[in-house]
Design a protein around this ligand. Structure first.
Ligand code: GLA
Length: 411
């Protein structure tokens, strides 16, 4: 990884905007100087993600295949000598000051929980962190199912780790510890009962690679993802239908999976076979479990398809994943279905919702030469269905969380 650029410590000679810095990092750096009259000691960034396949499998000890986005959230930060986390969010123009002693289950409520909760969870994990001033700026759209929460958590974790004596370029083991702390913040402080997909991706991703994640044994395998060389790309269709993980439906699905596993006498649905699942008498639980078991098999098939460069098969797997999430898991919505159908109709090799569902984003595997046609088809299908304008962009596999500026010497 490149060494981060040094900062000028004095606010009097403000460091110039570096063209090499991601935009949110420059914004957070400048915002920090505005709000505190000092330069930040460190600026870290952490990406959003799209999950290529393997949805609602992480909390079932299953498999996922995400890529990080190049879009990031930045945290500019300096250590404080007290136990207070002061936070400014440039995106929502809000400020909060939270004593670490007051952080815990369900508190602080709202957006400050992502930041203060991460610092608290790191300390709970035995990482020596303390109070800090943090300015957040993000280019990952919120509520789009692209993991904006984990991007905030990852940026704060990397910044805090660097500030309090950890490495500015932690190894994968340290990154896993940070990812777990981020997940704990999300689960306990924010109150969203998510698995570890988002945080693991944000902390551990490598540019040009997808991550094969195995949530049974914690396995992380970096697999090259260079579909551009084959004239292909992943088009993200952010439907702008707002999605939230803390609103009950996500937790309900998770509880249904646990109940199905209990009835089948297995620890997690990862241990269940398709035949066993079909024997469940409760129709809802049967369909939920069927999705999970079949989706885990689809991740294995997708990895194999990628290895043999069979992109037509990868597209078919996208399609069947979407059908399973729509019909068996029931986490799609009209916007996501319209997006996928329109993309397929205009020649996409396959399309599926990505992330938690109930709104958010879909992805389509397309030929680069078909991009204009697919985009036009999606836009006109949205207009015809009376839906708002979607936000479309091409995803390229970006890097995981990293420190981009520091006053400290590299360790
Ligand atoms: C959200 C959660 C993840 C994962 C996905 C669904 O993104 O944060 O843990 O469960 O939904 O695959």
């Amino acid at each position: 990884m490149d060494s981060p650029a040094p900062l000028n410590a004095s606010p009097a000679d403000m460091p110039p905007r570096s063209p090499a810095l991601p935009e949110p990092a420059s914004a957070a750096q400048q915002g920090f100087i505005r709000h505190t009259a000092h330069s930040p000691e460190v600026v870290a960034v952490s990406p959003g993600r799209v999950n290529l396949i393997g949805e609602h499998t992480d909390y079932n000890a299953g498999l996922c295949l995400p890529i990080a986005l190049t879009q990031v959230t930045a945290a500019a930060a300096s250590a404080r000598t007290d136990e207070v986390v002061r936070i400014w969010s440039l995106d929502i123009d809000r400020h909060a000051a939270v004593a670490l002693a007051d952080v815990g289950e369900g508190k602080p409520r709202g957006w400050a929980g992502y930041v203060a909760g991460t610092v608290w969870a790191m300390r709970e994990a035995g990482i020596p962190v303390g109070g800090m001033d943090v300015v957040i700026s993000s280019e990952v759209p919120v509520g789009a199912g692209l993991s904006s929460s984990a991007a905030i958590e990852g940026a704060v974790a990397m910044a805090a780790f660097a500030l309090f004596g950890g490495s500015i370029d932690p190894d994968d083991d340290a990154r896993r510890t940070l990812a777990l702390a981020c997940q704990r913040a999300e689960n306990e402080v924010v109150g969203a009962p998510t698995g570890g997909l988002d945080q693991t991706t944000s902390l551990l991703a490598r540019p040009g690679h997808a991550l094969e994640l195995d949530f049974r044994d914690g396995g992380v395998h970096h697999t090259p993802f260079d579909i551009a060389a084959h004239g292909l790309e992943v088009l993200v269709i952010d439907t702008r239908a707002h999605h939230s993980l803390a609103d009950g439906q996500y937790g309900k699905r998770r509880a249904e999976c646990e109940e199905a596993a209990r009835l089948l006498g297995v620890e997690t649905l990862r241990e269940a076979s398709q035949d066993q699942v079909e024997g469940l008498t409760d129709g809802v639980l049967r369909r939920r479990a069927r999705h999970v078991v079949s989706e885990i098999a689809r991740v294995e098939a997708a990895v194999a398809a990628l290895e043999r460069e069979d992109f037509a098969e990868l597209g078919r797997l996208f399609d069947s994943s979407h059908a399973s999430l729509r019909d068996d898991y029931e986490v799609s919505c009209p916007e996501l279905d319209v997006a996928c159908e329109a993309a397929r109709g205009a020649g996409a090799l396959g399309a599926r919702m990505t992330g938690g569902g109930f709104g958010g984003s879909a992805i389509a595997l397309i030929e680069t030469s078909a991009r204009e046609a697919v985009e036009a088809a999606v836009r006109s299908a949205f207009a015809e269905a009376g839906l708002g304008e979607p936000n479309l962009f091409v995803a390229s596999p970006g890097a995981g969380a990293r420190v981009v500026l520091t006053t400290a010497e590299p360790q």
